[in-house]
Design a protein around this ligand. Sequence first.
Ligand SMILES: Cc1cc2nc3c(=O)[nH]c(=O)nc-3n(C[C@H](O)[C@H](O)[C@H](O)COP(=O)(O)OP(=O)(O)OC[C@H]3O[C@@H](n4cnc5c(N)ncnc54)[C@H](O)[C@@H]3O)c2cc1C
Ligand code: SF4
Length: 328
Amino acid sequence: MQPFDFVREHEVSTAVKAGSRDGAKFIAGGTNLVDLMKCDVEHPTHVVDINAVPLSKVEQVPGGVRIGALVRMSDLAVHPLIVKNFPAISQSLLVSASPQIRNMASIGGNLMQRTRCPYFRELTWTPCNKRNPGSGCSAIEGENRLHAILGTSDACIATHPSDLAVAVAALDGVLTLRGPKGERQVNATDFHLLPGNTPHIEHDLKHGEMITSLFIPDGPHAKRSSYLKIRDRASFEFALTAAAVGLDLDGSLIRSARVAFGGVGTKPWRAKFAEAALGGQRATPDVFRAAAEAEMKSAVAHRQNAYKIELMKRTLVRALSDLAGGVA
Ligand SMILES: Cc1cc2nc3c(=O)[nH]c(=O)nc-3n(C[C@H](O)[C@H](O)[C@H](O)COP(=O)(O)OP(=O)(O)OC[C@H]3O[C@@H](n4cnc5c(N)ncnc54)[C@H](O)[C@@H]3O)c2cc1C
Ligand code: SF4
C-alpha cells in the first residue's frame, strides 16, 4: 500500500477543500476504499475522513425524503419512513452485503463503490481498461459469468455492483453534490456513466466534489415498490440479476411503472422500454413478460453469461407479479 496522510474533517466546506487536493480521496465507512487500497487499485496520497461531517439525517421534506450521504446502510434499511413509503430502498439495503458491512457502510459510499470484476481487483492478473486505461479487457474473452449484458462496450463489460443504486434509479432519486464550485443536483440515472471507451470514468462527480445527500420523491411508485435480487447464495452475495419495481395502479390497470435492473448493467439500469410496455396495460403475467422482452432486446451476452437474459426476464416477471399481488 502506498503511503498516505489522513485528516478528519467536520464540515462540508473543509472536507471539500481537503478533498480537492491532488491525489485526495474521501473515506466514509471504508468498506470499499480500504479494500481497494490494500490491493493497490486505489492509491490516494491524502485520505479525508468525512464521518464527522453532519450528514447523517433522514428527513421528510416537501415532496419526498432527504437522506444524508453518511447515513449508514443498516440505519436507512429500518428507518420507519423508508420502510413505509419507500420499500424498494429498504429491501435493496437488507439484501446487500452483510449486517457488519451495512453497519459501517454509508449511502454515499455505496453509490460510489467500484465494480467487483475480479480482473479489476487483481493487479498481477491481466489487462483491465478500468484499472489501467488502454490496457484491454480481460473479461470479454475470459471469465465473464457474472458480467453485464446491458450497456456494455468493447472496452468493458463489468456490472455495477450496488443494489441501493438500482432502487434509487427506479424511484427517480436525485443526488446533491457539493464541490469547490458550489452545489449542484444530478438525477441518479445520469450520475453513473456507461463505459464506452472510458470505463475508468464511472460517474458524474468531479474531483473534490462530495455527495451530500440523496432525495427520493414520494408518490404511488415509491409507496408500492419492491426490490427482488437473485444471487448464487442467499446472503452476502452480489446480484446475478435484480429488479426494482414501482407501480401506480388503478385496480388492475397500470397507470405507469418504474423499473430498474441490477446485476446485468454496466450502470444501474433504468428500464425505459419495460416501463413503456407496462403503462396503460392490465397487470397480468403476459404483460409483464412482454415488458421484460422489450427491455432485453438490446442485451448482448458473452461466452458464460447468456443465462442472464432469461433470468433477468423471469426476475422482472416475478417482481411485478409479487408487487401487483393478485390485482389482475
Ligand atoms: C464482502 C462484501 C460484500 C458486499 N456485498 C454487497 C452487496 O451485496 N450489495 C451492495 O450494494 N454492496 C455490497 N458491498 C459493497 C458495500 O456496500 C460498499 O463497500 C459500501 O456501501 C461502501 O460504503 P462505504 O461508506 O464503506 O464507502 P467507502 O469505502 O468509504 O468509500 C467508497 C468510495 O466512495 C467514495 N465516497 C464515500 N463517501 C462519499 C461521499 N459522500 N461523496 C463522494 N464520494 C464518497 C470514497 O472516496 C470511495 O471512493 C459489499 C462489500 C463487501 C466487502
Ligand atoms: S470488464 Fe471492465 S473491469 Fe473487468 S477486466 Fe474488463 S475493463 Fe476491467
